[in-house]
Design a protein around this ligand. Structure first.
Ligand code: ADP
Ligand code: ADP
Length: 226
C-alpha cells in the first residue's frame, strides 16, 4: 500500500537526516516508527505528507509515486504533536474546516453531518461548541484525530500523539487510538520514542537510528536493547 524506496533526505545545511530508507506498509496496518529523538522519524512523516521533498528516492501509494504531488493531493490525515487546532474556531468548526475548503469542498450542512458522525466515533460530541483552549490535552488530541479522519484519508500520520498527555491518559488514549484506527480500517503510521508504547499498539515496528532502519518486524520478533 505505502512503499518507501531508497529514500534520502539531506537538509540545506548538509545534514544527512535519512541515509537510504526502504519499507513497505500494508493496507490497514498500524505501524510505528520507533527511535530516539533526532533519528529522523518526523522527517519520514513530513516526506510522506509532502511537507518536505526528498533528496532522492521514491514514495508510492498503491503503486503510484506521490513525490511530485502537493500535500493536499496526497489524501493524508496528519496529527501534529501540538495538535495545531484553530484556536478561534469551535470544535465542530475545526472538524468541519477541512471539508469546506479546497477543490473537494462540500456544502456546510453536509460537512456538519459528516463531522458529527466522526465526533460520535471519537466520543467528543458533547464538546462541539467549545474552543480548543478550554479543552484538556486528551480532548484536544481527540479533536485533532477527528479532524484528520473526516477527510477520509488513505493514510493517517500521527507524530508523537501521546507526548503531551499525562501517564494515565497516555495509556487510555493509546488503546483508544488502536481501537479507532482498526474500526475505521485506516492505514496508520505512528511516531514515538517510547518502546513500550510502540510494543503495545503496533502491528509492525520500524526501528530507526541516525537515519537508518535497523529493524522492521512484528512487535514480538523485535529485538530491543534493554
Ligand atoms: P525525530 O523526529 O526522530 O526526533 P527529526 O526527523 O525531527 O527527528 O530530525 C532528524 C535530524 O534532522 C535531527 O538531527 C534534526 O536536528 C535534523 N533536522 C531536522 N530538520 C532539519 C532542518 N530543517 N535542517 C537541518 N537539520 C534538520
Ligand atoms: P521533533 O520534535 O518532531 O523531533 P524538532 O523539535 O526536532 O521536531 O524540530 C522542529 C522543527 O525544527 C522541524 O520543522 C524541523 O525540521 C526543524 N529543525 C530541527 N532540527 C533542525 C536543525 N538542526 N536545523 C534547522 N531546523 C531544524
Amino acid at each position: 500500500m505505502i512503499e518507501v524506496i531508497d529514500l534520502k533526505k539531506v537538509f540545506d545545511n548538509g545534514f544527512e537526516a535519512l541515509k537510504s530508507v526502504d519499507f513497505t506498509i500494508e493496507k490497514g496496518d498500524l505501524v510505528c516508527l520507533l527511535g530516539p529523538s533526532g533519528c529522523g522519524k518526523s522527517t519520514i512523516l513530513n516526506l510522506i505528507a509532502g511537507l518536505l521533498s526528498p533528496s532522492a528516492g521514491d514514495i508510492r501509494f498503491a503503486g503510484s509515486s506521490v513525490v511530485k504531488t502537493e500535500p493536499k493531493d496526497r489524501n493524508i490525515g496528519f496529527v501534529f504533536q501540538n495538535y495545531a487546532l484553530y484556536p478561534h474556531m469551535t470544535v465542530l468548526e475545526n472538524i468541519m474546516f477541512p471539508l469546506t475548503v479546497g477543490q473537494k469542498k462540500i456544502p456546510k450542512e453536509e460537512a456538519k453531518i459528516t463531522a458529527e458522525k466522526f465526533m460520535k466515533l471519537t466520543n467528543i460530541e458533547e464538546l462541539y461548541d467549545k474552543k480548543p483552549g478550554t479543552l484538556s490535552g486528551g480532548q484536544q488530541q481527540r479533536v485533532a484525530i477527528t479532524r484528520a479522519l473526516v477527510q477520509n484519508p488513505e493514510v493517517l500520520l500521527l507524530d508523537e500523539p501521546l507526548s503531551n498527555l499525562d501517564a494515565r491518559l497516555r495509556l487510555r488514549i493509546r488503546e483508544e487510538i488502536r481501537r479507532l484506527v482498526k474500526e475505521v480500517g485506516i492505514t496508520t503510521i505512528f511516531v514515538t520514542h517510547d518502546q513500550e508504547e510502540a510494543l503495545s499498539i503496533s502491528d509492525k515496528i520500524i526501528l530507526l537510528n541516525e537515519g537508518v532502519i535497523q529493524q522492521n518486524d512484528d512487535p514480538q520478533n523485535l529485538y530491543l536493547e534493554p
